[in-house]
Ligand binder design. Structure first.
Ligand SMILES: *Cc1c(COP(=O)(O)O)cnc(C)c1O
Length: 346
């Protein structure tokens, strides 16, 4: 979270504006909350230049609930293409199989999800209801640097790189993200959906997961995560002040270049992703042994550099450099890595 957003939340915690209540105390069916909801949606629409034909949903359930919502709403009685380039897209494909047929557009598991396939390596089906991919693979540290050309609407999980670069929303049918990595505190899911895709849900779809109903009720079928929506608004204000998604992209390249530069110069650290598939958001690497990986994580934490342990499915070390990570944090990490290498290189 950007510090300025936290400070504003602190200042407004007991009393929001002149309302006399905290956002945490507001009913979601009041004009004061509606102002927050509409304001947050508009800020997101402006920053990502979301065309009018797309609806923005601010709902509960996390990215994982969308693994089921997407096929329930979009697969009808047909099939969909899934690009499996990491653990979250693989989980999404597994979930989709419960509700329809899944065609595998690619699977990078045989090489440990260390790469992103090229366009010509993708198997694009004729007649798929949608094409699914995850733009940044949080656990393995790879990121798509192109939008695939498909024959069906594209559905994209952007949980770990949304708002880190400009996107052409019109190329997608549906974009979604769990908010907790790059947007807001945990508990909020953002869905950006072409309204033309709504209304095709399977009869078994729970009402609270029907995009058609969520659009009709403006995310207020039931209680939305009000506090998180408010916090997202504060984060978006910060992001705009920084220069928007264009500025975020410059920053993310600058952050990741520092760490990859070190990795490439080192004979000690072993980067996981191949250069063409590298993520700017999650940088994954190892030391020469698992024991040293553990020591790295422990020593780093002792210096205040926390959360460097790799995801449980990937192992090793992972530096997550989301939007709010200050350059100072990256510089501290790079300096720690250099020292650690000198200390342990044989
Ligand atoms: C973290 C993450 C998820 C899971 O998000 P939840 O909100 O915890 O369900 C899914 N996809 C990606 C790309 C993620 O980074």
């Amino acid at each position: 979270m950007p510090e300025s957003a936290l400070l504003r939340a602190q200042k407004e915690l007991l009393c929001y504006g002149s309302t006399g209540v905290s956002v945490m105390e507001m009913s979601h069916r009041t004009p004061m909350f509606d102002e927050i909801l509409q304001g947050t949606k508009q800020k997101l629409r402006d920053l990502l230049r979301i065309p009018e034909k797309y609806e923005i949903l601010l709902i509960q359930g996390g990215a994982t609930l969308q693994f089921a919502s997407i096929p329930m709403n979009l697969i009808e009685n047909g099939f969909a293409d899934y690009a499996m380039t990491g653990n979250f897209s693989t989980k999404a494909a597994r979930e989709a199989k419960k509700y329809g047929e899944v065609h595998i557009a690619c699977d990078t598991a045989p090489t440990g999800h260390d790469r992103i396939p090229t366009q010509s390596e993708l198997k694009i089906s004729e007649g798929a209801k949608y094409f699914y991919y995850c733009s940044n693979n949080t656990a393995f540290g790879t990121e798509w640097n192109y939008v695939p050309e498909t024959k069906s609407p594209i559905v994209c999980d952007m949980s770990s790189d949304i708002l880190s670069r400009p996107i052409d929303v019109s190329k997608y049918g549906l974009i979604y993200a769990g908010a907790q990595k790059n947007m807001a505190p945990a508990g909020l899911t953002v869905v950006i959906i072409d309204r033309a895709l709504a209304g095709k849900h399977l009869p078994i779809t729970p009402e609270v997961m029907e995009y058609e109903t969520l659009i009709k009720t403006d995310s207020l079928l039931n209680t939305p995560p009000c506090w998180c929506i408010y916090m997202l608004g504060l984060v978006l204000d910060w992001l705009k002040e920084q220069g928007g998604v264009e500025a975020m992209e410059v920053l993310k390249k600058e952050r990741s270049a520092k760490v990859y530069g070190l990795l490439d110069d080192s004979k000690f650290y072993i980067p996981h992703a191949i250069p063409s598939g590298r993520s700017d958001m999650n940088i994954t690497f190892r030391t020469p042994s698992e024991e040293l990986d553990m020591e790295f994580v422990k020593d780093a934490a002792a210096q205040g550099l926390i959360n460097l342990k790799g995801h449980k499915v990937a192992g090793g070390i992972r530096a997550s450099l989301y939007n709010a990570m200050p350059m100072e944090g990256v510089d501290r990490l790079v300096s720690f890595m250099k020292d650690f290498e000198v200390k342990h290189r044989v």
